[in-house]
Design a protein around this ligand. Structure first.
Ligand code: ADP
Ligand code: MG
Length: 324
């Protein structure tokens, strides 16, 4: 039977040390050296089995996603991810499971040059907490509260794929196998928009990542900023599989309310529209203007085909049950 310290040595202590890590895994705490004139940006997220994911979620996907959701928070601040710690609670020391978990975790960590610098390993019901640490030049953070009336509202990528996969995992629908595979991949392996976050530092007034659904997360941004929004839903970038699988109003509902897409929602003042195109041109991620901000604090008004559109939250309650 493999013990706690063997697990740490064999599975978690495997990355070369970055030059800004003075002490990584192996002492009572880690020591890192943040660059001068930078904020340290810190965020933490927990995924609990049965609450945030189903027991049959592949270990590889869990390892990847646990890190991805924290990196997405750093991306939404415009921060550069550097160091992470991992608190993991395991029901048993299953080395096959751990190998697969670490494969997913370190694949993403290495992609963004992020180092695992410490953590905690305990026994109990499966849960994973990742604390991500990033850096950001002073006073360049993308905050929720910086939006202004007159800003345009944008989202990256497209919306609804993760929510569609979740509907099938919950037994609410049955997609053709190839379609399910596509959207399940988006549900399990969301891509944190880190490079987009860097690009937005100079041009956006505000930013948030879409973890709980566009309506909910844009709502948070509007409350923080004291603004309202008028959205043109004809422009909403809805995932193609969602458009194929559902009626137009259902697809719209899902794209507006389902969580876990981990795209960015941000606002840009009119003077920066050209600069935005330049700033994001190298990110390889699409972005779409979906409306404008106004002074009606906290309110979201929507139009589809020239008519007012109202979100029917109630018909879709079941798919919010696993949201973070
Ligand atoms: P302590 O008893 O001093 O809290 P631990 O015995 O829990 O330390 O951990 C020993 C070392 O291993 C520490 O450096 C800790 O940060 C690291 N560590 C423990 N669990 C993990 C993990 N899941 N991932 C990365 N590092 C870990
Ligand atoms: Mg100690």
């Amino acid at each position: 039977m493999i013990g706690e310290f063997d697990i740490i040595e064999r599975f978690f202590k495997r990355q070369p040390k970055r030059s800004d890590v003075v002490m990584g895994i192996g002492d009572d705490a880690a020591l890192v050296t943040p660059p001068e004139n930078c904020h340290l940006v810190v965020t933490c997220d927990t995924l609990v089995e049965g609450v945030h994911f189903f027991p049959d979620m592949p270990a590889n996907a869990l390892g990847y996603k646990a890190l991805a959701v924290s990196l997405s928070d750093l991306a939404a601040m415009g921060a550069e991810p550097r160091w992470v710690s991992l608190a993991i609670t395991l029901p048993c020391a299953d080395t096959t499971w751990l190998s697969s978990f670490c494969e997913g975790f370190f694949e993403l960590a290495e992609y963004f040059n992020v180092t695992l610098i410490g953590g905690d390993t305990t026994r109990g019901p499966l849960s994973v907490t990742v604390t991500a640490h990033g850096v950001l030049p002073h006073d360049r953070a993308l905050l929720r509260g910086g939006a202004k009336a007159g800003d345009s509202v944008y989202v990256t990528g497209n919306l609804g794929a993760s929510g569609l996969a979740l509907l099938q995992l919950q037994g609410e629908l049955k997609l053709p196998d190839s379609e399910f595979e596509l959207v399940l991949n988006r549900h399990y392996y969301p891509q944190p928009r880190v490079l987009t976050g860097y690009g937005l530092r100079d041009v956006a007034n505000s930013c948030i990542d879409i973890s709980d659904g566009l309506m909910a997360d844009l709502g948070h941004l509007l409350v923080s900023s004291g603004c309202g929004a008028q959205l043109e839903l004809d422009n909403l970038p809805i995932n193609e599989s969602v458009m194929t699988a559902l009626s137009k109003p259902q697809a719209m509902q899902l794209a507006l309310t389902a969580g876990e897409d981990y795209e960015l929602c941000f606002t840009v003042p009119p003077v920066n529209k050209g600069a935005l195109d330049v700033a994001l041109s190298h990110c390889g991620i699409s972005f779409t203007c979906i409306g404008q901000l106004n002074t009606q604090a906290g309110q979201i008004q929507m139009k589809l085909d020239g008519e007012p559109f109202v979100v029917q939250q109630s018909g879709w309650d079941h798919f919010s049950s696993l949201s973070t």
